[in-house]
Design a protein around this ligand. Structure first.
Ligand code: ADP
Ligand code: ASP
Ligand code: MG
Length: 400
C-alpha cells in the first residue's frame, strides 16, 4: 500500500462528465489499496471568469479581496468531486486549504507556503477516507485566505506530497506529459520519458505552462518524484526527478514566454553604482528581473535594458523614473516582445548549441534583440508576433 497524491487541473474537472471520470481514476487508485490525497483546481476557466467579474466592479480591487474571491473557485470543485466519489460509494471528505493545514505568508495573490500541518489529513486518512484538498490556497497569520499565484495548485500538490512523505505525486493534466515543445502548437513535439528538476524548472520558468515553476522548485528541494500525465488518456507520463536518463539529448525543450516587458533606462550617468542602485531598488520590492543588457557608455552616459513580467512593468517604470529622471535619463517600456528559449543539460558539453538556435532564427527571418544564456538555457528576445514561428523553427532545427 502506498500514499499517493494526485492533482487534477481545471480542464480535467471542467464539467460533470469529467468530474465523474476523475472520480473513477481516484477510486480505482483507492480500491487498489492505496491512501489517496487529491488536489484539485477550479473548474475550466472559473478563475479567469472570477477575475473578469472583479474587473467589472473594481479593476483596482485589493489583493486580499481578490484572494477571497478566487479561493471560491476551488471550493466548488472539491465539493463536486467529493460528491462524485460519494456516488461511486467510497468514503471521502473535501477540505479547503486551511482545513488541510496550509499556512502561508502574507503575500496575497502570490503567497508562499510556510508549512502544511498534516494532523487533520492524517486523521482522515487513518479513517481510510479519500481526502480532496482545494489547491492554490492557504491561510496567513492574519487568518485570511491567500492564493499561491496562477497555476498554484501544482505547488499545493507537491507541498502535500512532501509534507506527507507520499510515495508518488501525480499531476494529471490535459496532455500526456512534458513534451519537447507545447504539443498543442508544435505537431511533431515528442514526449519526454523523464526530465531533471533543473531542466523542468527552467522550462517552467521560461514559459512551459504544464508545471508551475514553484512546484518544481519545491519538488527539487524535498526530492519529490513527480509524474505528469493525462487525466483522459491512460498511458505513462513524464517523470521529473533528480537524475534523468539523458538519451543523448542535446536539448530537452523549446519554449516561449509572452508575459514579458522590456524596460530600458536610456541616458543614465555612466558612474559606478548606478546598476546597483537600479537592481537593488527592484529587489527591495521583490520584483524579479531577467535578461539584462548594458550598453557601452558614450558621452558619460549609458543605457540599461532588462525584462520583467508584464504585470510589474508599470510599477517598475514609476520606480525608475523616480530614481533616474533627475540625471536626465528616460525610461521606456516595450510589451511587444516575447522570449524564446531552449533548455537542456546536454548543451553544457556541446559547443555550437546557441549558434544552431540563432541560425534557425536567421533562416526564419526573425531578428533577435537581446540574448541571455545560463549553463542549461539560451533565451532570445524577439518581436511577439514571431513567437510561434520562432519556436517552430528552433524545434525543427534541434528535433527535425
Ligand atoms: P492544468 O489545467 O492541468 O493545470 P495547464 O493548462 O496549466 O493545465 O497546463 C497544460 C498545458 O501546458 C497543455 O495543455 C499545453 O498546451 C501546455 N504546455 C506548454 N508547454 C508544454 C510542454 N513543453 N509540454 C507539455 N505541455 C505544455
Ligand atoms: N485555479 C488556479 C488558476 O487558474 C490555480 C490552478 O489552476 O493551478 O490559476
Ligand atoms: Mg496548470
Amino acid at each position: 500500500m502506498a500514499l499517493i497524491v494526485q492533482k487534477f487541473g481545471g480542464s480535467s474537472v471542467a464539467n460533470a462528465e469529467r468530474v465523474m471520470h476523475v472520480a473513477e481514476t481516484i477510486t480505482d487508485t483507492y480500491k487498489a489499496g492505496n491512501d489517496v490525497v487529491v488536489v484539485v483546481s477550479a473548474q475550466g476557466d472559473t478563475t479567469d471568469d472570477l477575475i473578469d467579474k472583479a474587473n467589472e466592479i473594481n479593476p483596482k480591487a485589493s489583493k486580499r479581496e481578490m484572494d477571497m474571491l478566487l479561493t471560491a473557485g476551488e471550493q466548488i470543485s472539491i465539493a463536486l468531486l467529493a460528491m462524485a466519489i460519494e456516488k461511486i460509494g467510497c468514503p471521502v471528505i473535501s477540505l479547503l486549504g486551511w482545513q488541510a493545514g496550509f499556512e502561508t505568508n502574507n503575500a496575497y495573490g502570490a503567497a508562499r507556503i510556510k508549512t502544511v500541518r498534516t494532523e487533520r489529513l492524517r486523521a482522515e486518512l487513518d479513517k481510510r477516507k479519500i481526502v480532496i484538498v482545494a489547491g492554490f490556497q492557504g491561510l496567513n497569520a492574519a487568518q485570511d485566505m491567500t492564493t499561491l499565484g496562477r497555476g498554484g495548485s501544482d505547488t499545493s500538490a507537491v507541498a502535500l506530497a512532501a509534507a506527507l512523505h507520499a510515495d508518488l505525486c501525480q499531476i494529471y493534466t490535459d496532455v500526456t506529459g512534458v513534451y519537447t515543445a507545447d504539443p498543442r502548437k508544435i505537431k511533431n513535439a515528442t514526449k519526454l520519458t523523464d526530465i531533471t528538476y533543473d531542466e523542468m524548472l527552467e522550462l517552467a520558468t521560461l514559459g512551459a505552462q504544464v508545471l508551475n515553476n514553484r512546484s518544481v522548485e519545491m519538488a527539487k528541494k524535498y526530492n519529490v518524484e513527480v509524474e505528469v500525465l493525462s487525466s483522459m488518456v491512460k498511458e505513462p507520463g513524464t517523470i521529473v526527478r533528480e537524475v534523468a536518463k539523458m538519451e543523448k539529448m542535446l536539448i530537452r525543450g523549446v519554449t516561449k514566454d509572452t508575459d514579458v516587458a522590456r524596460i530600458s533606462v536610456v541616458g543614465m550617468k555612466d558612474v559606478p553604482g548606478n546598476a546597483f542602485k537600479l537592481f537593488s531598488s527592484l529587489a527591495a520590492k521583490g520584483i524579479n528581473i531577467d535578461v539584462i543588457l548594458q550598453s557601452v557608455g558614450r558621452d558619460g552616459t549609458k543605457d540599461i535594458s532588462f525584462t520583467c513580467a508584464k504585470g510589474n512593468a508599470e510599477q517598475v517604470c514609476a520606480l525608475l523614473e523616480n530614481l533616474f529622471s533627475n540625471e536626465g535619463a528616460t525610461v521606456a517600456c516595450d510589451t511587444s516582445i516575447a522570449k524564446v528559449s531552449i533548455v537542456g543539460a546536454g548543451m553544457q558539453s556541446h559547443a555550437g548549441t546557441a549558434s544552431k538556435m540563432f541560425g534557425a532564427l536567421y533562416e526564419a527571418g526573425i531578428n533577435i534583440s537581446m540574448i541571455s544564456t545560463s549553463e542549461i538555457t539560451v533565451s532570445v528576445l524577439i518581436p511577439k508576433e514571431y513567437a510561434d514561428k520562432a519556436v517552430a523553427a528552433v524545434h525543427q532545427a534541434f528535433f527535425g
